[in-house]
Design a protein around this ligand. Structure first.
Ligand code: PLP
Length: 462
């Protein structure tokens, strides 16, 4: 069935007839017809019409080693033949799960040596809610239930993940967040910094955490969760003052720090973990995506020795059929081997990320581009009708972003829009020559977007 598929229009009709897509207006997509991606190699996607598209998003921030690595397919096939499934509940373990846990302990900061597996990032964050609450209950402080997060954060799409996330559109789906989740504002200086310097703004946003802890009561707060660099919220790079102040505050009140490394982990920021890039010491790290480079679903939570010591004293009444799935663990191990042995993380830090930075920051000379921000292999630009005042468009927020995203797609480059920010997060395997292609297509798309905004009289300041 999969090898002899019908022509594009037929595939599109089948998709419209049978397939509901995530985060998509189904009828709008059916009306325009989705592109059907059929194969991929390196950083290049191919569609059913034979067009080649440069993938500026590494799928959904996950294909860190690039597409088409046979070693991962072979690792999966080997493991499926040997032991396709067994669980790790109650009384058994298996080699892929324990070997992957050991490898993650080696890669993680020195004090983080124990891993609980999930199937992706959302359910790993659900696990984190249970971990935090079990930890405090075991410590004799069960009232420390509250987890503080940030508005506009994305931590997944399950009930727990969407509750930890601060996306109001997702909360609007009914009775979210679950009880015991509170929010502070994100450190988005470009959009919200007003007249403050970035440094002063970073401190102000971090101190919202202290104010929130005092408001709720320090004896009721269990944890703070955040991505080291916020990804799906728009690649928001916080001012340098932000994270040191957050770290001071969580230490002062003894609350756990959860670093959601689902995007930032496994080389994306030029270190194995984003926590190392921003200089924080988390108690729990959420992992997924780059753990298997997206070749197979797997996620998890890496916990500190101090947290693990408490958790190990009780039965943890929580787990998934696919916690530590042997095939997923075998694929993840092979992925980590490639990342490590081919020096991909070092190459990002020393070669490709500095190269991309130079080219990306140069986009700030475009009339439509305000700030251009980048950390490692994740980057964003803010579209603006007037960069001198950091103005927003008079048209509905996101209109310019959608126009730009669609121009990119037509030019065979995948970039995402988040409101009126454009973002990229390419495979870590991207070469400098491919970065040149990516930037040339991004600039062409910006030119076309600018021309369209002008023609439609949308360059007005809001
Ligand atoms: N956390 C972060 C920071 C994410 O970006 C995502 C997904 O984009 C998730 C959690 C959820 O992961 P998943 O989609 O694997 O459930």
């Amino acid at each position: 069935i999969l090898a002899n598929y019908p022509p594009t229009e037929e595939l599109q009709a089948l998709d419209a007839a049978y397939h509901l897509h995530p985060f998509t207006h189904a009828n709008a997509l059916a009306a325009k017809g989705p592109r059907v991606i059929t194969s991929a190699k390196g950083v290049w996607l191919k569609d059913s019409d034979g067009e080649e598209i440069i993938d500026g998003m590494a799928g959904l921030w996950c294909v860190n080693i690039g597409y088409g690595r046979d070693e991962l397919a072979e690792a999966a096939a080997r493991q499926m033949k040997e032991l396709p499934y067994y669980n790790t509940f109650f009384q058994t373990t298996h080699v892929p799960a324990l070997m992957l846990a050991k490898k993650l302990a080696e890669l993680a900061p020195d004090n983080m040596n124990q891993v609980f597996f999930a199937s992706g990032g959302s359910d790993a964050n659900d696990t984190n809610i249970r971990l935090v609450r079990t930890y405090w209950a075991e410590k004799g402080q069960p009232e420390r239930e509250v987890i503080i997060s940030r508005w506009n954060a994305y931590h997944g799409s399950t009930i727990g993940g969407a509750s930890l996330g601060g996306m109001k559109g997702m909360h609007g789906q009914g009775s979210l967040p679950i009880p015991g989740i509170a929010f502070i504002d994100q450190p988005n200086w470009w959009a919200e910094g007003g007249d403050m310097t970035p440094e002063a703004f970073g401190l102000e946003r971090a101190r919202q955490l202290e104010n929130k802890i005092k408001e709720i009561g320090p004896d009721k707060v269990g944890a703070f969760i955040a991505e080291p660099i916020q990804g799906a919220g728009g690649v928001i790079v916080p001012p340098d003052t932000y994270w040191p102040e957050i770290q001071r505050i969580v230490k002062k009140y003894g609350i756990l720090l959860i670093a959601d490394e689902v995007i930032c982990g496994f080389g994306r920021t030029g270190n194995w973990f984003g926590s190392q890039t921003v200089g924080i010491e988390p108690d729990i790290m959420t992992i997924a995506k780059g753990l298997s480079s997206g070749y197979i679903p797997i996620g998890g939570s890496i916990v500190s020795d101090a947290v693990a010591a408490i958790l190990r004293e009780t039965e943890f009444n929580h787990g998934y059929t696919y916690s530590g799935h042997p095939v997923a663990c075998a694929v993840a191990l092979e992925n980590l081997r490639i990342l490590e042995e081919e020096g991909m993380v070092d190459n990002v830090r020393d070669v490709t990320a500095p190269y991309l930075r130079e080219k990306w920051e140069a986009l700030a000379d475009h009339p439509l581009v305000g700030e251009a921000k980048i950390v490692g292999m994740m980057a964003s630009i803010a579209l603006t009708p007037d960069k001198s005042t950091r103005a927003v468009f008079a048209a509905e927020a996101g209109t310019a972003g959608f126009i730009c995203r669609d121009r990119c797609f037509a030019n065979n480059i995948i970039m995402r829009s988040v409101g009126d920010r454009m973002i990229i997060s390419p495979p870590l395997s991207i070469t400098c020559d491919e970065i040149d292609i990516l930037i040339a297509r991004a600039r062409k798309s910006l030119d076309e977007c600018y021309a369209q905004l002008k023609a439609d009289d949308l360059l007005k300041v809001g």
